[in-house]
Design a protein around this ligand. Sequence first.
Ligand code: EPU
Length: 338
Amino acid sequence: MIRFLEDFSLKQHNTFGFDVKAKFCFAFTELADLHTFLHSNQSWKEEKLLVLGQGSNILFTGDFDGLVIQPQVPGIFIVKEDRQNVWIEAGAGEIWDDLVQFTVDYGFGGIENLSLIPGNVGAAPVQNIGAYGQEAGNAIEIVKGFDLKTGEIVEFSAAECEFGYRSSIFKSRLKNRIIITSVVFILEKFPEFILGYGDVEKRALEKGEINLTTIREAIVEIRRSKLPDVTELGNAGSFFKNPVVSVKVAQDLKQKYPSLPVYPATAETSKLAAGWLIEQAGWKGYRDGDAGVHEKQALVLVNYGNATGQQIFDLSEKIKQSVFEKFGIELEREVNCF
Ligand code: EPU
């Protein structure tokens, strides 16, 4: 299937719910169609490009004056298996949580802690989605896609994806160059569960024994209790990354603010909870018109209805400035702004 539209409304395609438009939109379900489109129509080369899944990690500050490409490749299937592992390939257009549900139903471990994260499968490697001690990158074997520069079909091994905390090669050196069409995951038949984060273990035990299903249920409950549902309140999950600082900076801050949550990152660095910093700077529950900071999780900026992308962006600038003034820490946006 191919769809090519002009003056395309993005309102249903960004979870903040901004009423903006793209000059052009091209959606496809098969790699061959993308190939044909890009080879037969060279005028796209003049256009700004944006690959868009469900728009769950994006902030439009105005109309997008370019070509939006929507990979809608479907399918979730088992590629191969051995005694320990199973390899599952999922199309970029599949809903991420449907893939998690599939793996949990079949009893394969590796992405269960990533339950209920909004977005499509194709976006998972781009920002290496993560939650509750798991990251997608750890379960990814191959990313398949199309290279806009060379016009070739390409494959990346996990090492070539250069996964880091909410980052990958697709977000850095190869930004806007690779259109991901499918992802191959390697999952465990006898998984070791990751239960150390917050209340995951306690909540899963309340549901009976610890298994993939109870872990998934626990995580769905925790997320629902803290994070606003995008169908009810426009948002894009964590707006900022948790800042990674030197161990020394973290220790000094911790001494001054003993309740600051600090997590080990590497031998030389520690991660700080951005939500805590923002809350302590007085922003939790703040609202100016329809732009606000979520009342249960200060890391999430929300659109109460008619806020514009620019208003949310301006609010994020004010938050950055005030956190810097109070703590000397520079917050970095996790959400992509256009
Ligand atoms: N905290 C506060 N105030 C707040 C929010 C958090 O004091 O308003 C404190 C909490 O009490 C806790 C710590 O900060 O001690 C961490 O909070 P939480 O467990 O809610 O997780 P987070 O670090 O704020 C990260 C991810 C989330 C992911 C959760 C759970 C990032 C940027 N965010 O949030 O990911 O769901 O951990 O693993 O790494 C997303 O990326 O969109 C996202 C939601």
